[in-house]
Design a protein. Structure first.
Length: 122
């Protein structure tokens, strides 16, 4: 399902998330003007800019299917160990509910290198 008809809108794919987490994240992304798709086979996937998924099998699937796209690991609850593990596995970032519109905009606008540098310094 694509949320926006604006082809210039940032695009996100949601993969393997629990239904309630996916619903909350999709609402936050849409409020930040993202076009949101559910699953790698959706029409938005080709022009996607960010992938959101949990760690584990969905993360491995995302990295294999879209090795050139940044992946953001999503969790129901914040966990420092999960955050560090996600970054070590190659995730661009890690977010946990509740999701905020400003957070979605920051994930889109932040240069990839500065995200990794800031995370490594923490």
């Amino acid at each position: 399902m694509v949320n926006s008809s604006n082809v210039l809108a940032p695009r996100a794919i949601l993969l393997g998330l629990e239904p309630d987490v996916e619903t909350e994240l999709a609402a936050s992304l849409r409020s930040a003007s993202f076009a949101v798709s559910h699953g790698a086979g959706s029409p938005v996937a080709r022009g996607c800019g960010l992938i959101f998924c949990p760690r584990g099998a969905a993360f491995a699937e995302a990295k294999a299917a879209f090795p050139y796209l940044p992946v953001v690991v999503v969790s129901r609850l914040p966990d420092t160990g999960e955050w560090l593990e996600a970054l070590e596995l190659g995730a661009r970032d890690y977010i946990a509910a509740p999701f905020e519109t400003v957070q979605m905009r920051w994930l889109w606008e932040a240069p990839n290198d500065s995200v990794r540098t800031a995370a490594a310094a923490a």
